[in-house]
Design a protein around this ligand. Structure first.
Ligand code: MN
Length: 199
């Protein structure tokens, strides 16, 4: 086994009532695990077998890219979340968001609009561009900002499997729930790490 899944940073029922244990059982235990197994099988005896996951995402195409990116994206997504109910954005990081978007509600609305309007399956990302500014971007299917030199801070999985069991076709209700669970401490930590590397 080349790559392994990290443990979820919380229990399967920890995000209830917003994201159910059943959703996480399928999403982490089945979907994420299957992407990982498929990736490990595909890269055996290929030039990818000794590369790290981020490098594979940057240099591969087709099924290898799709599974590598879905493995990375899901680990990143699950780490964006924590149990709770509207974890607040605090202190200096709240100021950083205001500096980038004007107001926190403008940021939140722009992110939600991007998530609601993404056609089909994909991911919405808050990223830091090379000059250190924040942007909100949409990526279809297994799309990943690392491929175009952007540093991901936060992502929302808008594939139907992320919300169908809990919210059926209402991506909007899922987004409201997602918003309550964001771990701003983790997003801030990522921002601080990336901004150190921006000259
Ligand atoms: Mn997913």
């Amino acid at each position: 086994m080349r790559f392994e899944l990290p443990d979820l940073p919380y229990e399967l029922d920890a995000l209830e009532p917003y994201i159910s244990k059943k959703t996480l059982e399928f999403h982490s235990g089945k979907y994420h695990q299957t992407c990982l197994s498929n990736l490990n099988n595909l890269i055996q005896k290929t030039k990818y077998k000794s590369l790290d996951l981020e490098t594979i995402i940057k240099v591969s195409d087709g099924p290898v890219f799709n599974y590598a990116s879905q493995v990375w994206n899901h680990t990143f997504y699950f780490e964006c979340l924590q149990p709770g109910d509207n974890n607040p954005v605090k202190g200096p990081f709240a100021e950083v968001i205001k500096r980038n978007f004007g107001t926190f509600s403008f940021f939140k609305n722009t992110f939600a609009r991007a998530a609601e309007s993404l056609f089909g399956a994909g991911w919405v990302w808050l990223v830091l561009n090379p000059s250190g500014s924040m942007e909100i971007i949409q990526k279809s299917n297994a799309g990943n900002p690392l491929r175009i030199g952007l540093n991901p801070l936060l992502t929302c999985d808008v594939w139907e499997h992320a919300y169908y069991l809990d919210y059926q076709n209402s991506r909007q209700d899922y987004l409201k729930a997602f918003w309550k669970l964001i771990s701003w401490e983790i997003i801030e930590k990522r921002y601080n790490e990336f901004s150190k590397t921006v000259v």
